[in-house]
Every structure is written in C-alpha cells, then in structure tokens.
Unconditional design. Sequence first.
Length: 484
Amino acid sequence: MPINIPQIDYAAILPELLTGGMALLIMLVTPFIPGNRRYYTGYLALLGVIGAAIATYAGFAKEVTTFSGLYTTDFFSTAMKLVFLLGSFLVILLSDNFTRLLKLPAGEYYSLILFATLGMMMMASANDLIVFFIGLEIMSVALYVLAGIRRVDLKSNEASLKYFFLGAFATGFVVFGIAFIYGATGTTSLSHVFDISLYKFPNSGLYLMIGGALLLIGLAFKMASFPFHMWVPDVYEGAPTAVTAFMSSGPKAAAIAILARVFIFAFGEQTAVIAPIFWVLSVTTMFVGNLTAISQSNVKRMLAYSSIAHAGYMMIAFVAASGEAVSAVAFYILCYTVMNIGAFAVLIIVESKSDGDNQLASFTGLGRRHPILGAAMALFLISLAGIPPTAGFFAKFYLFKAAILKGHILLTVIAVINSLISVYYYLRVVVVMFMIDTETEFRPVTYPSALYVALVIAVMAVLALGILPSYFFPFDQPMLVPFG
C-alpha cells in the first residue's frame, strides 16, 4: 500500500521554524551560561524575533497552503504574525533589566515568550481546528508559566494558578466545540466545516451551532470578553508587569485572528445568524470594562479593565463581518499592541522608583519631575482613549466606519459613548502626572537603554499610525473575505 507523504512548503513556515528553533536553542544553551550572565539570552530572543519578522515580511504577498491544507499563509495571517512579533520584540526589550531586577530565570523567561509567540502564529495560520487547538495550547501553557515565573511572589503564584484553572476550564469548551463540529460534518477543516453538503444527519445544523457556541466561549475567555473576564484583573495585577504587557496584547490578538477565520471566513453567508450574539457580547464587554475601570485606584488594574473594554470594541468587527471589518480590526490590534505595551513600559519604570507600587498616587508629579516620561505616558493614554491625532483614534475610526457601512448605527453610537467614558479614567492619570505636584523627589531613572528603545519605538508608532495610517497599513487590500 503506497504511503502518501504530504508536500511541505518549508518557506511558508520559516517564521515559525525560526521562532520555535530559537526558543529551543535558548533552553539548550542556558545551563552552560553563568547565572549572572543569563540575561544574554534576551539578545538571542531578539535575534530570533527579528529573523522571524524578516522571513514573515518576505512572504507578505504570497498565499500558500501547506500540510495538505491544514496550514495557510495569506495576507491576513502574515499581517497578524508581524503584529505578534512586534509585540514580542517590544516586550523582550523592556524585559532586559526587568528580569535582572526581579531575579527571574532569564533563559526560561525568554524561551517561554518565544513559545507563546509561536502558538499565536500557529493560530493565525491555522486552516484546521486541530492545528488551531495545538497553537492555542502552546500559547496557553507558556503563559501559565510566565504568569507565575516570579516564584517567590505569592501574588504571582496566585495569578498563575487562577489563570491555569480557568484557562483549562475554557480549553474544555474548545475541545467539546471541536468534537461537536467534527461529529456534525466529519471534518475539522475551516474551509469545509460549514458546508451544508457535508452534513452527516438531519440534526447536523443544530450540533454545528452548538459546536460553534462552545468554541466561542473558549475564545471569549482568551480575549477577556464578558462574562468570561473575571480572571483578568487578578492575573494582570499578580503577574510580573512585563508579562502582563505581553498577555494583554498577544493572546487577545491571536483570539481575534482565529475568531475571524471561524466566524467570518468559515461561516460565510451564515454570519448574519450569529451577529446578534457578537452584538450583545460587544456592548456588555465595553460597558463592564469601562465602568469598572473608573473606580480603580491601581493603574495596573485600570489597564486590565481597559483591556476588557478594548476587547468589546474589537468584537464590533464580528458584528459587521465584512472584509473591511477584518482589515479594521487587524489595524486596531496593531495600534493597541504598541500603545498598550508602551503604557506598561512606563509603568515598569514607575514601579522601579516606587518599590513596586503601581497605585495612582505613584504617578503624582511624574510629568513635572520627568517631563519626557510623563509626556510618553500621556500620549499612550490619550491614544487608548481614541483622541486624535494618535493611532487609537484611527483604529476606532476605521472600526466604527466598517460597522456603519453594514448599518450598525446603534452599536457605533454605544461604542462612541463608551469611548467618552474611557476618557475620564485615562485623563485622570494625566491630571495626576502634570497637575498635582509632590514634595517627594523621585529617584533617578536608571533603566538601561533597551527599555527606552522600546519606549521610543512605541511613541513613534503611535504617532506614525495616527498621522499617516494608510501609509503604514494597506487598507485598500482585502485581508480576509467571507468564505462561501
């Protein structure tokens, strides 16, 4: 009996090979590096991310399907991978001295960052539910460990344990969802799972919708959507701040990528059936995130609830369910990544000067004592609020425009109201930094140049994406169109 060996296009998966290969290399060389020099592994991680980004960009205009149709590289997946790698690059930069200051195991830390990035990249290119699940688990397991990597900190241990238990619970929904979908159609391929001609028995449509609902529950947990958001504040607060910066952007973007493939690409013309579900999720998530953030006196928790609200904004794309909406949400993810990681970079500096305190009071007078640092934080917060001429404004503009084009006027009005609510708690930090003085002198900022390089990149990206968004992002090319 002949054995059919699938043809593998290794050029199409070169970014994943470089990312995973560098993660394995770091794990192999770490035991041979002296303990006080293991932070050098961060440079290897940067090299791996840069190499993967170059390989990804080289295949930007190509559409390749490999592994017998299980894995696809197209315009959408390539754009999402570049966002993942950009986020990883910034987090590795701001982790340079962070790992030494908190005495974290640098080799394990950087390899886990790369493994989590690899999982996200697999999720973005998955053309099969099994491949998606493998990518989800690679990402999730790495994040569980990263959340508790500061083993001497009880809050970090608590964050890891909560994230693990709730994440495992959500994973169960994903597995059951895939099982229902396979039972209904006999396939897990995203190109065919919603093909009516594949229905195995009269009730296949019902079981298929149940499977889709279970899948949505698991992904809603990953992107911190209501009512699966309760883990976010405690986990974000307990995890090391650099890890929180990574968790708040990467997994959310990966969940959006696979949601787009399942509920826009695969559903095709049936997207109108599930649009009301996303409408409710979007509205409730926006209100819960913004209204709860108002009462927070801890800036880290405030940013956590802010990330919940932004998940609500992103879900507008699945209500519109169009090619324009997919492009808009991809741009939104790009903008959110740079402005959110930038805000966490400033928070890391403030924590280092205030002995780990990230209360709002720790920012008192920051703009007066360190005007450049205060101005950078103000820029990130203004962008998160969606005030022009920053990246956050155009991110919301294009997303709201896609919703209006599909006739969702009420949803857009609700989103604008929520944006106005968010202005209050974002600008409250700016007021504390610039309009309230303190007689307490801040210690000099002694962080190394790597963190400031990350800050400069984030500031430039927020301004560039806000002033010339169409120059840096190709809105004129459809990224992902509904299938069927």
